[in-house]
Design a protein. Structure first.
Length: 213
């Protein structure tokens, strides 16, 4: 659960209990699969990654097929817009929960690769820097001995973010002007979802990231 939910559970138990009772009653006359698909679309509207994945897993447990997950999201395009639905489908594919080609198992094979970024000391302090090559470009940020890394691709249409896109801690996509702020990769101008963060490992002063496709 989120910190906000935990706080309300502790500080406003009666109000939160009433809300949960309302939620249970509101869906009590629906088939479990129908309710699960509605909750999936609601999670997509809220744009919460964890909530979306939980809702998708609950839908699969309610015997919804991968195609039904995709259909439910596509039906929401008139209300939520294609960009938001594309984001939701990206997240489900990333987590292996969607199957637009009819497979109940993950749509794509997960490919992982360790990318070397070089020594910690070689990364500039307090500003974004690009490393890697085409198809595996990375944005790195160093704060002392700590390093964070993100895929150097705009989360709007996937445009590669080059060195020319970087200005200090801000990275601006040249295609539609979406901007991202490091060190957290948040989107400061655009449709509200940030850069994809990558796991970082530092051993003997050498930085590597785990790229997952």
């Amino acid at each position: 659960m989120s910190r906000a939910y935990d706080y309300l559970l502790r500080e406003r138990p009666r109000a939160l209990g009433a809300w949960e009772d309302f939620q249970r009653d509101a869906g009590s006359r629906l088939e479990p699969a129908t309710r699960a698909l509605i909750e999936l679309v609601t999670a997509a509207a809220a744009r919460g990654d964890d909530e979306l994945v939980r809702a998708a897993r609950a839908a699969r447990e309610a015997d919804c097929s991968a195609e039904e997950l995709v259909d439910a999201l596509l039906l929401a395009v008139p209300a939520l817009g294609f960009t938001r639905i594309a984001w939701a489908l990206d997240r489900l594919i990333e987590h292996g929960l969607s199957g637009a080609l009819g497979a109940a198992t993950p749509l794509a094979v997960t490919v992982e690769e360790d990318l070397a970024l070089g020594p910690v000391a070689a990364l500039p302090q307090g500003r974004a820097v690009r490393r890697g090559g085409p198809g595996r470009a990375v944005l790195a940020w160093r704060d002392g001995d700590e390093v964070r890394a993100f895929k150097a691709y705009c989360t709007h249409h996937g445009m590669e973010l080059t060195e020319h896109c970087i200005e200090g801690r801000r990275v601006t996509c040249r295609q539609h002007g979406w901007t991202f702020e490091l060190p957290d990769g948040r989107c400061s101008m655009g449709d509200a979802w940030g850069l994809t963060e990558l796991p970082v490992t530092i051993e003997s002063g050498q930085v590597s990231v785990r790229w997952s496709e």
